[in-house]
Ligand binder design. Structure first.
Ligand code: ATP
Ligand code: MG
Length: 288
């Protein structure tokens, strides 16, 4: 039943020309678990029958490939400079997860030539037709080029740990983005929650501050526990949801993916993706 409904929805979206959702995974403070979240969330979405691709936007320090136990021969940069086709920049892991690495030296989009920008738009047009979700694993903090991309995506998932510094840095980052685009859709996830801790308490404070000071409503997708399975899966270079399908953290991740999918369905049908038009607007402003 669910599969039939899903098939219909996909068909309708294709008929409408509605494209993949673009999602940026961000944090304030670094090292809170964005990349591990991204690879495992992607795996969980894929297990739900979604077509997913990860774009590693942690320029210069990207490590999606390490967590997936493979290396990328070419990067988005090689495609943008015209040296490689888009297909050549897509790498598939042994577990069947696809990603593109950004490549070092991807400086700010606003400094690009028309031609190079046209290639970027061309790449995302293709990806939007071929996938349901494009997940951007961002580096920590707010470099200019990262912000340009972040303000263009359809949705943002903010990862924070319960530590006060992680929460305040996440708030600063969200505020910075909201000033550029007050309409942005945010979801929050807390990570590395200690067994006896209420994972939602710190993240609820973040949500409260966003509501009170930025007038921004967010959905809490869930909390992930501190779990040795993460470290072991990093060593094994495979996602923990694949390696430890029955671990508590995997159950939580699957619930987060299910929450995300149920929160996103309405948006998909009503609005479609605004990603490419946002990017184009941004570029036009940079020229004007
Ligand atoms: N739930 C968890 N339980 C235990 N360890 C975790 C958990 N989540 C992340 N870690 C550990 O935290 C470290 C940082 O994770 P990760 O690289 O995903 O963070 P990041 O936010 O992508 O970092 P950066 O900002 O540098 O890109 C890793 O060593 C990982 O093993
Ligand atoms: Mg990372």
């Amino acid at each position: 039943m669910r599969d039939q409904a899903e098939a219909l929805r996909v068909k309708m979206m294709q008929a409408d020309g509605t494209a993949a959702r673009s999602v940026a995974i961000i944090s304030g403070k670094g090292g809170v678990g964005k990349t591990n979240f991204t690879t495992n969330f992607a795996t969980a979405l894929q297990a739900e029958g979604k077509r997913v691709i990860i774009v590693d936007m942690d320029i210069g320090m990207g490590n999606v490939h390490i967590l997936l136990g493979t290396s990328a021969e070419y990067s988005l940069k090689d495609y943008l400079t015209g040296e490689r086709s888009l297909e050549e920049t897509i790498t598939e892991s042994a577990d069947g997860l696809r990603f593109i690495s950004g490549g070092s030296g991807l400086e700010t989009v606003l400094q690009w030539t028309e031609q190079r920008f046209a290639r970027l738009i061309g790449a995302f047009e293709k990806l939007q037709q071929q996938y349901d979700y494009i997940l951007f694993d961002m580096g920590a903090g707010a470099s200019e080029s990262a912000i340009e991309l972040i303000v263009s995506v359809d949705e943002i998932i903010v990862i924070a740990t319960p530590e006060p510094t992680s929460i305040t840095d996440a708030y600063s980052m969200v505020k910075f983005i909201c000033l550029r685009d007050p309409e942005k859709t945010f979801h929050v996830v807390s990570n590395r929650v200690q067994p006896k801790e209420d994972g939602n308490e710190a993240i609820t404070r973040l949500q409260f501050a966003m509501r009170k000071f930025l007038n921004k409503e967010t959905t809490l997708l869930g909390a992930l526990p501190e779990d040795a399975a993460v470290h072991k899966s990093v060593i094994a270079q495979r996602p923990f949801v694949t390696l430890y399908p029955h671990a508590p953290i995997t159950r939580r991740m699957n619930a987060i993916a299910a929450n995300y999918l149920s929160s996103g369905t309405d948006i998909d049908i009503k609005e479609g993706s605004t990603f490419l038009s946002q990017l184009k607007k941004l570029f036009a402003r940079g020229r004007g």
